[in-house]
Design a protein. Sequence first.
Length: 428
Amino acid sequence: MSSKHAIPSYLTPPDIGAWGVYLEQIDRVTPYLGSLARWVETMKRPKRILIVDVPIERDDGTVAHFEGYRVQHNTSRGPGKGGVRFHQDVSLSEVMALSAWMTIKNAAVNVPYGGAKGGIRVDPKTLSRAELERMTRRYTSEINIIIGPNKDIPAPDVNTNEQIMAWMMDTYSMNQGSTASGVVTGKPISLGGSLGRHEATGRGVFVVGCEAAGKRGLEIKGARIAVQGFGNVGGVAARLFAAAGAKVVAVQDHAATVVRNSGLDIVALQAYVTQHGSVAGFPDAEQLDDAAQFWGLDCDILVPAALEQQINRDNAAQIKASIVLEGANGPTTPEADDILHDRGILLVPDVIANAGGVTVSYFEWVQDFSSFFWTEDEINSRLTRIMREAFAAVWALAEEKKVSLRTAAFIVGCTRVLQAREMRGLYP
Ligand SMILES: NC(=O)C1=CN([C@@H]2O[C@H](COP(=O)(O)OP(=O)(O)OC[C@H]3O[C@@H](n4cnc5c(N)ncnc54)[C@H](O)[C@@H]3O)[C@@H](O)[C@H]2O)C=CC1
Ligand SMILES: O=C(O)CCC(=O)C(=O)O
């Protein structure tokens, strides 16, 4: 949305895609929430939505406008918490859905936050570094009134990273008149970031992947893994699986799919992507001409770690993996969920599988408040314990109620949120 003549996305017909997925999942859960069901209606409504115009001066002197959002879905259990995404397909309905998933996720792993998410509808690859900085700072100033260490704490998501968080923290601090390191997490270590946060989401995916494999009697050593998305989440998860002796047989990113039956060299692939911007052209691998073939590849564990709605009715029947680990948020449509379930494929849902990131974000926030920083071993062992316990609790509930892991995770999350709401007296 860089042209000043383009129609803002919130004036176009609603894209219920991602948001609709969320609503359907909530609806499926309601029968299991018993007396809490009457409040689920309130879970469908975000608490606060801010849509902002983000104008910047381009390097050539022209002015470009971008549309930005921050949605606070729920704050019953604490301040809003969730990442910021820069992507050309970001829309209000997508950010609403992502914020709602954050509410469920934060409650499912029991970190003391509500749920929030933000984004800018922009392809950051079209911006220079200086333009990216101006856009990030302007966006932060525009949402300044609703964020803060005790209000709503942004973090990285797709196409945002430590540098973006540093600019956000600096802009917020300048507006406040004092340094407020706790306003964002996922910061550089030199600015109060936490050891282990960069790897935390991928590490959490790996930890719950090992737990799920154990339930299925699958050895990680020698297991065949396929990963879609080779950024922060997919890249780290792939590296940890490979280091544990698994064979990462396929990696797909926005530009290409690379395959190697005997296992890709993940360290070399990461170095290649750092240099070339994508996996396209990586030597020592076959490249698939048709990206859709990725879904039918022979593997044991499939890790979607890119965007929403990637596993859908067109490809769910082709999936050969026995375990799907949702590194991304919302990668599976409800229709595909049913297909995978009917085929006996074990799906570990996003709200558990990728919760390692926000868990270490919580550690970072705590460390910032106390100005006392933990060792990487302390962080990783606490993260591993929380992820294992969350997985075990959801697994036990799924067995008890005879429901999927997704439904069980939603029951755990919704119950905690709605109980907090009831105790506070905020129910309608
Ligand atoms: N960064 C974090 O801490 C967390 C991220 N997530 C979720 O994980 C997913 C990935 O996020 P990050 O790794 O942080 O983003 P990233 O920006 O670091 O990487 C995204 C990756 O997805 C690939 N990709 C983009 N479009 C694609 C397409 N159409 N097909 C295949 N690959 C495509 C990109 O090439 C890149 O490799 C998102 O759903 C995000 O919401 C979830 C929890 C925390
Ligand atoms: O670390 C955080 O605060 C949130 C990460 C995030 O956006 C997510 O879990 O989807």
